[in-house]
Design a binder for this molecule. Structure first.
Ligand SMILES: *Cc1c(COP(=O)(O)O)cnc(C)c1O
Length: 338
């Protein structure tokens, strides 16, 4: 047994979640006949006030399908340079959508309305057609930073007034909403499409959901098929998603509280140079020259605590459903005694 702070994707399904999965009604989803998948898709669409939703194996797939459905080849997508769709999806926008990206530098992964208006290409023969904006909330490489509801409102208004579509990569959207008090129906009203991950803070073994209008989702369903993402009796995993949406959203506050506790301890440690203000469940900190990141990772590993270095002097830790108060005690003691 070790304490795993590498990511919130490392969680195992709880006993209650597993028993729901075992009892799930199943059918062939490629025929549209899996009752559990249909229920999950309807549930997510309903939460966001959208017409339809699509269950996919991963958040990379929901994002890539969204970009593909919103764009035509030779279009351009405005996106922050550290955001997942550009930085962590293996060049998928070029490969799947034949589109170019216009990278903008934000603040902890977040952009502003003028980042949109200043990066729209003039409409003429020489330029790619700007057609889509993608934003990420919370931001992964931004260390779990989030947008306020009014910031999202301004961004989505700006995109729409400029004739652009706007997609939300909400892999950790619920981490943001439990902090801002924003609602899923607000989010649904603002964005053309939204992707959420079930396999991050919500604690499911697999799965992401894309939601939008019925026309958008029926097109997206074709792209899921061509990407090989059509699954059969996948209701067994969709059932975990239904359970998680009912039971694992409010508890995200606990993960944020524990992340804050770690931040407080780190700020007292002499080998730490700087801690990025913890806003949700991700802790990113920078070490002094005397403590290279690999050395710290090694020392913690000897004490059965796993985390990632994300640079020569930078460490990332992520709290989650399988990280409890006893583990928090062990980690804070270990950090104090390094
Ligand atoms: C994890 C993540 C995704 C999706 O990742 P998958 O591993 O493909 O499910 C998308 N966006 C962000 C911001 C993420 O952190």
């Amino acid at each position: 047994m070790f304490i795993d702070l590498r990511s919130d994707t490392v969680t195992r399904p709880t006993a209650a979640m597993k028993s729901i999965m075992m009892e799930a009604q199943l059918g062939d989803d490629v025929f549209g006949e899996d009752p559990s998948i249909n229920e999950l898709e309807q549930k997510v669409a309903h939460m966001f006030g959208k017409e339809a939703a699509l269950f996919c194996p991963s958040g990379t797939m929901t994002n890539q399908i969204a970009v593909k459905t919103h764009t035509k080849p030779m279009d351009e997508v405005i996106i922050e340079k550290s955001n997942h769709i550009y930085y962590y999806e293996a060049g998928g926008v070029a490969f799947n959508s034949l589109a170019s990206v216009r990278l903008v530098q934000g603040n902890r992964g977040r952009i502003k309305p003028n980042d949109i208006t200043e990066n729209i290409n003039p409409i003429n023969l020489h330029h790619a057609r700007t057609s889509l904006v993608c934003v990420e909330n919370t931001s992964n490489r931004g260390g779990g930073s989030y947008y306020t509801t009014s910031e999202l409102y301004e961004l989505t208004q700006t995109a729409h007034q400029s004739g652009l579509k706007i997609h939300l990569d909400g892999a950790r959207l619920f981490n943001a909403l439990v902090e801002t008090g924003g609602t899923t129906s607000d989010i649904g009203a603002m964005f053309d499409s939204i992707s959420i991950c079930l396999s991050k803070g919500l604690g499911c073994p697999v799965g992401s959901v894309l939601t939008g209008s019925s026309a958008f989702i029926s097109e997206a369903r074709r792209y899921r098929k061509v990407m090989g993402g059509g699954m059969r009796q996948a209701g067994i995993i969709a059932a975990a998603g239904i359970y998680a949406l009912d039971h694992h959203i409010h508890r995200l506050k606990e993960d944020h509280y524990r992340a804050k506790q770690i931040e407080t301890v780190l700020k007292e440690c002499t080998y730490v140079n700087n801690v990025l203000e913890v806003m949700t469940n991700i802790i990113i900190f920078e070490l002094n020259q005397s403590m290279p990141a690999d050395v710290l990772v090694g020392k913690l590993k000897e004490q059965h605590i796993h985390c990632f270095s994300i640079g020569k002097q930078q460490i990332r830790m992520v709290t989650h459903l399988d990280f409890n108060d006893d583990m928090l005690n062990t980690v804070t003691k270990a950090l104090k005694n390094l």
